[in-house]
Design a binder for this molecule. Structure first.
Ligand code: ADP
Ligand code: ZN
Length: 217
């Protein structure tokens, strides 16, 4: 199965991705994770993109596209993949479309996470991420067993710099302006699955799985 997860920051894309990786063995391509790894490594590329990450603005398309298309050529993507956080602009969606046409691949589903802004802001500022495996926790409703330690791998949990309220508000603005237009783009292609993400991650997962069970991806 080849799928895209579209939704504002904190909507639960990462949590659903975790289930899809475990249960379906899909490769997970999160451009946010890739960029944060580059920044942490202090590479030249990492230094170029750090400013965008810290402000909550988009990394320019010319720095995004090659990274994603190279990643899609890795062998683990053959059995299917989740694109999490890409595409984020219509230009990226169109570039992805051309890549698929060139390589003879096609998308199966685009999951659209619908959620209200206030729920999001609240969720994000209490969110913590594993610095080693990127597992997602929340100090108010999904705390790790041991404070600040990942249940899965023992890594240290961090509060992402861009998960502070002012940057979150900026990321939401960017989402509404640049990414929301993708919803109509994929709806017209008949690929959209609408999810109600106000309901919480267990229900979102159940809705997603019941949808794909009916299909032969
Ligand atoms: P979110 O929790 O907002 O979905 P991500 O981890 O997906 O956050 O992304 C973090 C940051 O990485 C974004 O605010 C943006 O600066 C950059 N980024 C990630 N994916 C893309 C993309 N496809 N195009 C441009 N910038 C991106
Ligand atoms: Zn971990």
């Amino acid at each position: 199965m080849r799928c895209i997860l579209v939704g504002p920051p904190g909507c639960g894309k990462g949590t659903l991705s975790g289930s899809l990786i475990k249960e379906l063995g899909l490769a997970h391509i999160s451009t946010g994770d890739i960029f944060r790894a580059h920044r942490a490594s202090q590479s030249e590329f990492g230094k170029r993109i750090a400013m965008y990450l810290d402000k909550g603005s988009l990394v320019p398309d010319e720095l995004v596209l090659d990274i994603v298309f190279d990643r899609l050529e890795q062998p683990d993507c053959e059995k299917g993949f989740i694109l999490d956080g890409f595409p984020r602009t219509l230009a990226q969606a169109e570039a992805l479309q051309s890549y698929f046409e060139k390589t003879g691949k096609a998308l199966d589903v685009v999951a659209n996470f619908n959620i209200t802004d206030d729920v999001l802001v609240q969720r994000i500022i209490t969110r913590r991420i594993c610095s080693k495996c990127n597992a997602v926790y929340n100090v108010s409703y999904h705390a790790p067993k041991q404070e600040n330690i990942c249940d899965e791998c023992g890594g240290e949990l961090i509060h992402r710099r861009d998960d502070h309220e002012d940057v979150v508000r900026e990321r939401l603005k960017v989402y509404h302006a640049s990414t929301e237009p993708l919803i109509d783009y994929y709806r017209k292609k008949n690929l959209l699955l609408d999810l109600n993400a106000d309901q919480g991650s267990e229900q979102v997962k159940a809705d997603f799985f019941s949808y794909i069970r009916g299909k032969n991806f």
